[in-house]
Ligand binder design. Sequence first.
Ligand code: CP
Length: 313
Amino acid sequence: MKRDLITVTDLTDDELQNIFQRAQGFERTSAQERLSLRGKLVGKHCLLLFYEPSTRTRLSFEVAAKTFGMDVCVATAESSSVAKGESIEDTAQTCGALGFDLAVMRHPDDGAVAEFAEHFPTPVINGGSGKSAHPTQALLDAYALWKRDLLREGLRIAICGDILHSRVARSNVRLLNRFGITPMLVAPKELMPDGFTLEAGTSDTESLQAETQHNLDDILGEVDAIMMLRTQTERHGGVVLIRPKDFIAGYQLNAQRLEKLRADAVIMHPGPVVRGSEMTDDVMQDKRTIIVEQVAGGVFVRMALVDLLVQQT
Ligand code: CP
């Protein structure tokens, strides 16, 4: 039976550990050893179906699939028949008939990737759906923490920014809760949800565990890790929810606020960063910032996922 990854709850605890260990194994291989992986999935085909822009997710899945020798095809909303009104179900059946062994899909609607997976014959990985779920981003964020032995009960992690519109925040809270971690969500009231809706595609009725806080300065000195998020104005429906200068005054990580962070804290961001909004150049250059490491680790985490899901088919 095929396996899909729509939400982090689709993975067992053992599989989570296995993904981190396999990702680290891939990360430690030499360029020469990596060449020997090329025959692993040769003759298999991977579809990257991206209905929203992406740099990191799309390219890292392409690198991951090609490292195993897979052929990769890319389709976007503009370049596919969705632009002519084709439904998700019909798109899934059409792509399914083309013989792909794996699809990675990103879509602006919460339930679209789960719906696609219902009608697609081989594994589907959610590359980001609406504001509900971005499981592979949460996995690579967790991998960066796991490598530092921080992914355990007692971790004090803040997620700061546009929580209301962030699928990254939702998937991270869900995954951190699996490790007994209750993150602190920091946002102005305009960008803080009343409660979390469940990630699309899950039948889990358990609520997500997170604390909320409106004052960034109050918690900076307490945290082991802080994940900054950009303001996702593309999901604000053309309405100004908070004036940029007010967001910057209260929530921008900058040189003054860096001084309040502990020397051993880590600064994370899923990307893309909007410099001058949620963080400044000083933060990008700070030695506590691990954004580039997160991106690099994303390739290895996605290799582990491709390997897990395609091999099981
Ligand atoms: N973090 C993330 O999903 O980045 P992209 O939109 O570039 O894929």
